[in-house]
Structure formats: structure tokens, C-alpha cells
Design a protein around this ligand. Structure first.
Ligand SMILES: Nc1ncnc2c1ncn2[C@@H]1O[C@H](COP(=O)(O)OP(=O)(O)OP(=O)(O)O)[C@@H](O)[C@H]1O
Ligand SMILES: [Mg+2]
Length: 257
């Protein structure tokens, strides 16, 4: 089956305001963005620039004040709460800075969770959860509990949980924010691999070396997209895990650190 030709994300003039009157905050101020199937894009920007707000809307955890958002060709605004929950569960995979795994519950059960919510039969969800764990290199840890794993391994479990429903989109908000360099490299290698398998990934990060793993760099400032271009190479130092960067042009200017 060939992939549909509409983009995974199409956002037009997205506005999000919080509060009212004196306390009104314009968290997103007219963001337009298209992300095609198979892209790997990093979103960067200063604290408060609107990254998490954007990600929450893209992940259907929140709704925009105005503007249009099509996820996988579906206008999210037209969905009722039940349909929205279904889209959130099946079309989007989330990876958060805090791994948000359920403690004292096996790794396998953690990864199965989105499938349990989706009402899948036990045998089927076991099989899919094991396959997802194999993808992130943790097939042999299925019966452990999260606190028996390293930070990098826990985050790879979270990545397995994010991909177990075969979502159109994987959203990662500072996925390496709580990890040391070696663990960050592990998690980023898994994201690289997922992208090579055709998954669409949006990665929010403050760290240039993390962002290097993406092919496209979208920069936000005060709720607006101020730059959107192929990922330029780093001036010095290397991406965690030394990723090959096929899309960077040789003369692209490095972003100042
Ligand atoms: N629930 C909320 N209520 C009111 N204001 C909010 C809320 N969430 C975010 N904001 C405001 O919206 C703006 C954008 O916040 P957002 O969390 O999207 O920034 P961010 O780019 O993710 O920052 P960081 O890098 O610190 O995570 C900020 O000014 C923030 O204070
Ligand atoms: Mg944030």
C-alpha cells in the first residue's frame, strides 16, 4: 500500500492564547507549518517561545485558539472528545522528558498500555509490545520493572510505548533532557533508526547536539516560526552518537551555540 500524499502535519495560522485581559499570553502567534511523512524535524527556541504549547496542540492534548490543524489529513477541530482521544492514542506517540513510565509494572505492560486503551486483545498486544521492545533493543528487559533500568533504557521503553500503535507521528519534548551523554546517544540512535524506518519525528530540544540528529530545523521565537531550514552542521563538536547528516549542504552556516 502506498503512503497517502497528504502531509502528516499541516498547520495554518495557529494561534494559542492563555488567560485574558491584562494577563493574556500569546503563546503561539500565527504558526504555519507542514511536515511530510518520513521527516525528522527539530524544534528549537528560547524558554517560553511556545515549543511545548505547539507540541501539545500537535499531539491533540490541547486545542488552538484559532487557526487550522490537519493531522494525517484530518481536521482535528471537527472531532468530538471520543474521536480526539482515539486519534491521540493511535496516531500520535509521545516521548516526554520525564519518561513517565508506570512504576512497579513490567516494561512489557508499560509498552502494552496504549494498545490496552485501544481495546486490543492480550495476545496481540503482547506480540506488538515485544516487537516494539525489540526495535529499541530491549527485548531482553520485557519482564523487568522501570526502576531496574538505566535512564537511557527507561527512555527507550518510553520510545517503544510511543511507537507500539504505529502512529503517524512521534512527538518528543526534550527526550534527552534528563539523560547523561551516553544515555542520550542511546535514545537518539533509536530515534534515528525509527526515522530510517519511515517514522515522522518532531523533536523539541534546547541542545544543538541533540537537534543535529534531525534533518530540518524549525526555530520559534515569541510564538512565531522565525526560521525553517535544512539542519545546518555544527560548527564544532559532534552530534551525540555522531550521526551522519545526509541533508546538510556543505556550505550551510552553522548555528551559533
Ligand atoms: N497553561 C498555561 N497558562 C498560561 N500561560 C501558559 C500556559 N502554558 C504556557 N504558557 C505561557 O505560554 C508561553 C509559551 O510556553 P511554552 O511552555 O510553550 O514554552 P516552551 O517554548 O515550551 O518553553 P520551555 O523551553 O521553557 O519548555 C510562555 O509565556 C508560558 O508562560
Ligand atoms: Mg517546553
Amino acid at each position: 500500500m502506498s503512503a497517502p500524499d497528504y502531509p502528516v502535519i499541516e498547520v495554518v495560522d495557529l494561534v494559542k492564547t492563555y488567560g485574558a485581559g491584562e494577563t493574556l499570553v500569546q503563546a503561539l502567534d500565527g504558526v504555519s507549518l507542514t511536515v511530510k511523512r518520513g521527516e525528522y524535524a527539530a524544534i528549537m527556541g528560547a524558554s517560553g517561545s511556545g515549543k511545548t504549547t505547539l507540541m501539545n496542540i500537535l499531539g491533540c492534548l490541547d486545542v488552538q485558539t484559532s487557526g487550522r490543524y490537519l493531522l494525517d489529513g484530518v481536521d482535528v477541530n471537527t472531532l468530538d472528545d471520543r474521536q480526539l482521544a482515539r486519534v491521540r492514542n493511535r496516531r500520535v506517540g509521545f516521548v516526554f522528558q520525564t519518561f513517565s513510565l508506570i512504576p512497579r509494572t513490567s516494561v512489557l505492560a508499560n509498552v502494552e498500555l496504549p494498545l490496552a486503551y485501544a481495546g486490543m486483545k492480550t495476545a496481540d498486544r503482547r506480540r506488538r509490545a515485544r516487537a516494539a521492545l525489540a526495535t529499541v533493543g530491549l527485548a531482553d528487559r520485557a519482564d523487568r520493572e522501570p526502576n531496574e533500568l538505566s535512564g537511557g533504557q527507561q527512555q527507550r521503553v518510553a520510545v517503544a510505548r510511543a511507537l507500539v500503535t504505529a502512529p503517524a507521528l512521534v512527538l518528543a519534548d526534550e527526550p534527552t533532557g534528563n539523560l547523561d551523554t551516553a544515555s542520550s546517544a542511546e535514545v537518539l540512535a533509536v530515534l534515528d533508526q525509527l526515522n530510517q524506518l519511515g517514522r515522522t519525528i518532531l523533536l523539541i530540544t534546547h541542545d544543538q547536539r541533540v537537534a543535529q540528529h534531525a534533518h530540518r530545523l524549525i526555530e520559534l521565537l515569541d510564538g512565531r516560526v522565525v526560521s525553517d531550514k535544512p539542519m545546518p552542521p555544527l560548527a564544532n563538536g559532534d552530534a551525540y552518537g555522531g550521526r551522519h547528516r545526509p541533508f546538510a549542504t556543505p556550505d550551510a552556516k552553522a548555528v551559533p551555540a
